[in-house]
Ligand binder design. Structure first.
Ligand code: PMT
Length: 422
């Protein structure tokens, strides 16, 4: 057994991982690896379909446990009959969960080892649907998911983006780091204590709230072909928008020029420059309940925008830059009921500078982002932050995917809204 990472709530847990027959089955291999690094025992059950995508041997090597592929095979490694794993499990995770598996589970079928285990276990069950968008959005799949939820299953919402079938939309299996974080958060305490709050992915605590999110960088044109910009990809802001929509909010996403698909249920407004972002945000602000400003906005723009491409000459070229509006500061000055969350991208004295922005911009929270780390900040899929509250609170989640972090940020927002702090 590998050494458990510092004090993970998954250490020593028996996790039954069901892998069904979708292209995302390969990601389940990394899930096993990550769970083992957290000190968990992982018992894999593969459906017949899954065996077309990944071999049993791969999972056996990764988990260092026998892998179940057939309900009728002679079992020598578990003490009792075919429900041994159902009894042993502290939690069952099915990832990826195909539409076919969801349909069978929703009907209570038990025609293979995975569905039998799911039916027989008393452990909490998480399913991570992954499939083509049309299949996911099909009313029958959605009804099956509703039925599973009603029976206490925890549904981990799929991510949006480019799918293996070439289309774009909801249906992508979340990243392994995110799936592991969902289980870890579950065992961390809060979720277990209150089944109504069973996991971040199921919260509907923003229903009836309007949430305004900004994402991506801005482009400040120099001439028709050049601009000043920055390295923001929009991943952080899009993750927040997706999470807020899944929690029931009415989400407006003001996005700079990025190449990401719009998350399901989100109204998107595309902008290019800081001034355009300013105007779009101010138009939406009055009836907004919470603003999360993940965008990296240019503080300066070229004073002149050349009408034609600037020609090179001998010697240096000097650009005069003028200040852009500080959008968030203006929101802070006009603030009424809104909960305001800023991000601070810093490379040094991270907490000190972030705390200064929290105060100066009259924010409720600031997400202090050390962008000098490779696994955090610009373009990474993960982030490592400290969330500072105006009341002096400090939340320091571990390194996690931007999507899981989005829920941690929204937990702060939801609490502030519920407390009617503004
Ligand atoms: O998009 P990704 O690739 O996922 O990267 C994520 C990120 C690093 C861009 C994001 O997590 C982040 O840190 N965003 C804030 C970047 C930034 O511009 O920080 P800042 O310290 O310069 O600005 C502080 C806050 O004021 C920010 O919320 C910013 O949106 C806002 N601001 C800044 C300048 C300006 N003119 N108007 C603003 O509203």
């Amino acid at each position: 057994m590998e050494t458990a990472e510092a004090a993970s709530s998954l250490a020593g847990k028996h996790i039954v991982l069901g892998v069904t027959g979708g292209i995302a089955a390969y990601k389940a291999v990394e899930v096993v690896s990550r769970l083992r690094k957290k000190g968990a025992h992982v018992h894999v059950i593969m459906t017949r379909g899954a065996q077309n995508f990944v071999t049993e041997l791969t999972f056996r090597e990764m988990s260092d446990e026998p892998v179940i592929t057939d309900m009728w095979a002679k079992v020598t490694h578990y003490h009792v009959e075919h429900i041994a794993l159902a009894k042993l499990a502290d939690v069952v995770l099915v990832a990826p969960a195909t539409a076919n598996f969801l349909a069978k589970a929703a009907c209570g079928m038990a025609d293979d080892m995975l569905t039998t285990t799911v039916l027989a276990t008393k452990a909490p069950i998480f399913v991570a649907p992954a499939m083509n968008t049309a299949m996911y959005e099909n009313a029958m799949t959605q009804e099956n998911l509703e039925r599973l939820r009603a029976h206490g299953f925890h549904v981990i919402e799929p991510a949006s983006g480019q799918l293996a079938c070439g289309t774009s939309g909801a249906g992508r299996l979340p990243e392994p780091v995110e799936l592991v974080s969902v289980l870890e958060q579950f065992f961390d305490g809060g979720a277990q204590k209150n089944s109504a709050d069973a996991s971040a992915c199921q919260k509907r605590d923003l229903v009836g709230r309007k949430v305004l999110v900004t994402a991506g960088g801005t482009h400040e044109p120099l001439d028709p072909v050049r601009y000043l910009g920055n390295r923001s990809t929009g991943k952080m802001g899009f993750a927040v928008a997706e999470a807020a929509a899944q929690r029931g909010a009415d989400v407006v996403l003001v996005a700079g020029p990025v190449g990401l698909a719009t998350p399901a249920g989100v109204r998107r407004v595309d902008v290019l420059t800081a001034q355009e972002m300013h105007d779009a945000v101010l138009r939406e602000y009055a009836d907004t309940d919470a603003v999360i400003k993940a965008a990296a906005v240019a503080d300066y723009r070229p004073k002149e925008r050349a009408g034609q491409k600037i020609k090179k000459k001998d010697g240096s070229l000097f650009l005069e830059l003028v200040r852009n509006p500080d959008i968030l500061k203006e929101l802070g000055e006009k603030k009424k009921q809104q909960v305001l969350v800023g991000f601070a991208a810093e490379t040094e004295r991270v907490l000190e500078y972030a705390a200064g922005k929290l105060k100066k911009k009259n924010l409720d929270f600031i997400v202090a982002n050390d962008v000098s780390r490779k696994d955090a900040g610009f373009s990474a899929d993960t982030n490592c932050v400290t969330i500072l509250g105006r009341d002096g609170s400090q939340t320091q989640p571990p390194l996690m995917s931007k999507r899981v972090l989005a829920d941690v940020i929204l937990d702060c927002v939801a609490r502030a809204l519920a407390a009617g702090r503004n």
